[in-house]
Ligand binder design. Structure first.
Ligand code: DGY
Length: 324
């Protein structure tokens, strides 16, 4: 039996996989554990199953000398110091493919919500302020016939393109490599600055790395059309949130729909007051089926890594060659 620490209870299906092969300790509270609590739990464990809200840095890894594998119940791995893990011979795995379509659904839902002012309409109804159909009530922006600019043409970006195609949108995308599937849908690859200038909706589907931090900075936000919207279901730090607030206040862009925040869980206060901003609480992967699949994937990967097998969702394949 391998000793494993899980930083938050995950769906039963994942727990069962772990419990068959491992002695499992779960952080007992319904809140994000502190770094000290993670270290206390994982100190004597070989495996760690963590969440995107846990910072697994060099300090944690160095304090947990027996750690051989870290599996994150997320697609993103920006909360883990992967380079340090690799140096220490710790295998890191994630659960990316489980949430592709679900996150694309949310991105598209946010796009529709902000364009057609659905949350504003909902708020109006709940104020009992609907007095009947009116010619100019909550006029929004057409989604069909508009141009979506997808930054990051990986699995989620491609899934968003499929939805955009279904809605009759023109598709632009920016990515290091050409994406055949998007091009077969008529999508055109552009440099990021050109995409930002030409899109009616700019949607982010990139991981958070040194290169993508503040990718949407003030300069790029100011390149967007005055009538355009920004959609972010990737990572909050990919957008300069203070600059976004300034641009929204000045009417540089028409609106934004956000699932993630630069200082998460804090949200820049002014955003709460803006009618043309849709705010979601980081729910990109939040469906019962997807969270179950993520739990199964994260648990399976951890067990494989602990058994010395190569996990299918390995984040740091170099670990097998660099291990001292
Ligand atoms: C992830 O898993 O990285 C997503 O942000 C979850 O919504």
């Amino acid at each position: 039996m391998y000793n494993v620490f899980v930083t938050r209870k995950i769906p039963e299906e994942g727990m069962e996989i772990l419990e068959k092969e491992c002695k499992v300790e779960v952080f007992p509270e319904e809140r994000i554990p502190t770094k000290a609590e993670i270290i206390a739990g994982a100190r004597d464990k070989e495996g760690l199953l963590c969440l995107l809200t846990d910072t697994i840095d060099a300090e944690v890894m160095d304090a947990c000398a027996k750690l051989r594998a870290i599996s994150t119940y997320s697609a993103g791995v920006n909360h883990i110091d992967v380079a340090h893990a690799t140096k220490k011979g710790i295998v890191v795995t994630n659960a990316p493919s489980a949430l592709t379509e679900t996150t694309a659904d949310l991105a598209f839902g946010l796009l529709l919500a902000v364009a057609r002012r659905i949350p504003e309409g909902d708020r109006l109804m709940r104020r009992r302020a609907f007095t009947g159909w009116a010619p100019t009530l909550l006029l929004g922006t057409d989604v069909h016939g508009s141009t979506v600019g997808i930054i990051g043409a990986g699995k989620i970006g491609t899934a968003v393109a499929r939805r955009a195609k279904g809605f009759g949108m023109e598709i632009l995308y920016a990515s290091r490599k050409p994406n055949r599937e998007i091009e077969e849908m008529g999508g055109i690859k552009l440099e990021i600055d050109d995409l930002v200038r030409e899109s009616d909706f700019v949607t982010l589907h990139i991981p958070l790395t040194r290169d993508t931090y503040h990718l949407m900075d003030e300069r790029r936000l100011r390149m967007m059309k005055k009538s355009a919207y920004l959609i972010n279901t990737a990572r909050g730090q990919c957008v300069d949130e203070k600059a976004l607030v300034r641009c929204l206040k000045e009417g540089v862009i028409a609106g934004a729909a956000l699932d993630v925040y630069e200082f998460e869980p804090a949200v820049t206060e002014e955003l709460y007051e803006m009618e043309n901003v849709v705010l979601a609480p980081h729910i990109g992967s939040a469906t019962t089926r997807t969270r179950t699949n993520m739990a199964i994937m994260a648990a399976t990967q951890l067990v494989k890594a602990l058994k010395g097998e190569t996990p299918d969702q390995i984040v740091n394949p170099d670990v097998f060659t660099k291990k001292s």
